[in-house]
Ligand binder design. Structure first.
Ligand code: ATP
Ligand code: MG
Ligand code: MG
Length: 550
């Protein structure tokens, strides 16, 4: 592919390999199984798996399941499916942090024995108060100088369930005067009498993230532990843990900026709220940017990879224009998908001088820009469906489509001229009458006269009915993401359902996730939940045009 400059993480890895700090590269993706993955996670997955591939190293999928309250098996499975779908290769390298609870416990015991950890009886509020803040140095806990023996005994009793939640914690003994608050004797174990989805009731003490994560990395021989920027201040603690626990070839943490999209809701917590509040229909609602939703909408793994490459890896937080994501799927589908005739808002067109009961087979290329996709047959007849918008009884200026007296080309077929309309009792136009000129058939080289408009159509007698769902951003782009109260400014038109669409009869065998271009209307994908062979449902992936330019 294209040559690009190495990013800062690759530069660090190159240095580490050259200096002999590491002899191999091993990365991981460490999701907490407490929700579905989103486009931001895709960036992390592709970054980590991409580095492993580039350096002929290994990539682990590791569930960071050390917090028993929010984790569920449903999420374990969806995460695996999403990572596989993206094409990140972990083979059988799937790990659960909860399987290291015994090792973590042993590490804690080791710290106690070295005089580097102590059991503390202060309450959570007291601990917070003693910790101080940026301007105030911390105060040492009165329990800080307990003997090794006492600490070992109390910690064992914590494990045995002798104490209630919150009664005691284990803290690292580092430096209450450190300018880095994370180093002020951080809590590394807490008591929680909770059942865990993997270990059941085996444990009633659970390690804190800052203690658990470096151990998870070290146990798996991770070299480069890549995380997001908000953990930068935690790095000294990360290094302290792997060094004091005396791991060989300890891993190192490198931070990069999270991916944010303009006007798009990312963040597990926020997506979860939209789902729970019923604003969307589940985690895979095509308006979301969870990976499941993007897949259902019709995004391909290739388009997401391309997007992540374009965004690059940076050390500064910023928001990426969501139009760039749309650009990537459009580019992926433009030449690879057939361009089908589909009318979304149908209006009947009757060709008065076309023989009744007759149909003819027109041959049309599947994709004008990609001859390799071949051609197909489309039936044409006397009664057709056209888009409501392609006819105006009173045309505005520069309207080149159908209006009384005007002639247009029916795409791939003939010139037709509007000669009248049928109206219902309310005055609404229910059919447009035309005459056609047999001389003007497409492909015959007719040069006699020109028309300014070309419209698409579907033959009525052979049309297939379908439902099409059109999406806009969930968030009102004019108003911005949040209102004064911090609530989302929702777009009332984020989903429009058109139940009476008419398609050409070439959708036999269309199955979940198949995608097509619908001429003039955009790219569409067969919905994986609601579509049936005899009643197709499509999601619009993206419209054809965009203002976004690379
Ligand atoms: P969220 O903030 O959406 O809840 P999280 O960080 O809590 O995400 P985890 O399951 O802990 O979710 O994340 C797994 C990995 O994905 C972490 O290494 C995290 O840094 C990374 N990650 C999460 N969100 C993003 C993002 N927006 N951009 C890049 N990486 C991300
Ligand atoms: Mg997290
Ligand atoms: Mg989170």
């Amino acid at each position: 592919g294209e040559r690009r400059e190495k990013n800062f993480i690759e530069n660090e890895i190159d240095k580490d390999l050259a200096s002999g700090r590491y002899s191999h590269v091993q990365t991981r993706f460490p999701p907490e199984p407490n929700g579905y993955l989103h486009i931001g996670h895709a960036k992390s997955i592709l970054l980590n798996s991409g580095l492993a591939e580039e350096y002929h190293g290994l990539f682990n999928l590791r569930y960071d399941d050390t917090n028993p309250t929010k984790e569920k098996w449903e999420f374990v499975e969806s995460i695996r499916a999403d990572v596989e779908w993206l094409g990140a290769k972990f083979d059988d390298r799937i790990f659960f942090a909860s399987n290291y609870f015994e090792t973590m416990y042993e590490c804690a015991v080791k710290l106690i024995k070295k005089g580097k950890a102590f059991v503390c009886d202060l309450t959570a509020d007291q601990i917070r108060e003693y910790r101080g803040d940026f301007n105030t140095p911390g105060k040492e806990s009165p329990y800080r100088n307990r003997s090794v023996e006492e600490n070992l005994k109390l910690f064992e009793e914590m494990r045995e369930g002798k104490y209630a939640d919150g009664e005691k914690v284990l803290r690292a003994k580092i430096d209450m005067a450190s300018p880095n608050i994370n180093m002020r004797d951080p809590v590394i174990y807490r008591i929680a009498h909770l059942s865990h989805q993997n270990t059941g009731d085996k444990w009633c003490i659970y390690p804190m993230y800052d203690f658990a994560h470096p151990i998870e990395d070290a146990v798996e021989h991770i070299t480069h532990s890549i995380c997001t920027l908000e953990f930068e201040d935690h790095r000294p603690l990360y290094d302290w843990v792997v060094n004091e626990c005396e791991f060989e070839e300890p891993p190192r943490q490198i931070e990069f900026a999270k991916l944010y999209l303009t006007n798009v809701v990312t963040g597990k917590r926020y997506i979860k709220k939209l789902v729970e509040d019923g604003i969307v229909d589940g985690w895979d609602d095509p308006r979301l940017v969870s990976i499941a939703a993007l897949r259902r909408r019709g995004y391909t793994p290739e388009s997401i990879k391309r997007f992540v490459e374009l965004v690059g890896v940076s050390k500064a937080n910023s928001s990426v224009d969501s139009a760039m994501l749309e650009y990537c799927i459009r580019e992926d589908l433009k030449l690879s998908r057939a361009r089908m005739m589909a009318v979304l808002k149908p209006l009947k067109l009757i060709i008065d001088n076309y023989p009744e009961g007759q149909t003819e087979d027109l041959v049309m290329p599947n994709n004008l820009e990609n001859p390799e996709l071949g051609s197909r047959v489309i039936p044409f007849g006397r009664e057709l469906w056209i888009e409501e918008d392609d006819f105006r009884e009173e045309p505005p200026k520069k309207y080149f489509r159908l209006f009384p007296g005007n002639e247009v080309r029916l795409m791939g077929a003939y010139f037709v001229k509007c000669v009248g309309v049928d109206k219902d009792e309310t005055g609404k136009v229910v059919a447009v009458h035309c005459t056609y000129d047999p001389e003007t058939k497409s492909g015959t080289g007719f040069e006699g006269r020109k028309v300014k408009g070309t419209i698409h159509w579907v033959n009525a007698s052979t049309a297939v009915n379908a439902e099409c769902r059109l999406y806009e951003n969930l968030v009102d782009e004019e108003k911005g993401k949040l209102d004064a109260n911090g609530n989302l400014n929702l777009n009332p038109n984020s989903r429009i359902i058109l139940k009476d669409c008419k398609l050409e009869p070439n959708f036999d065998g269309a199955k979940a996730y198949d995608s097509y271009q619908f001429v003039r209307n955009g790219f569409f994908c067969v919905d994986s939940k609601d579509s049936r062979p005899d009643s197709l449902v499509f999601n619009r992936i993206v419209s054809l045009k965009s203002s976004f330019k690379l």
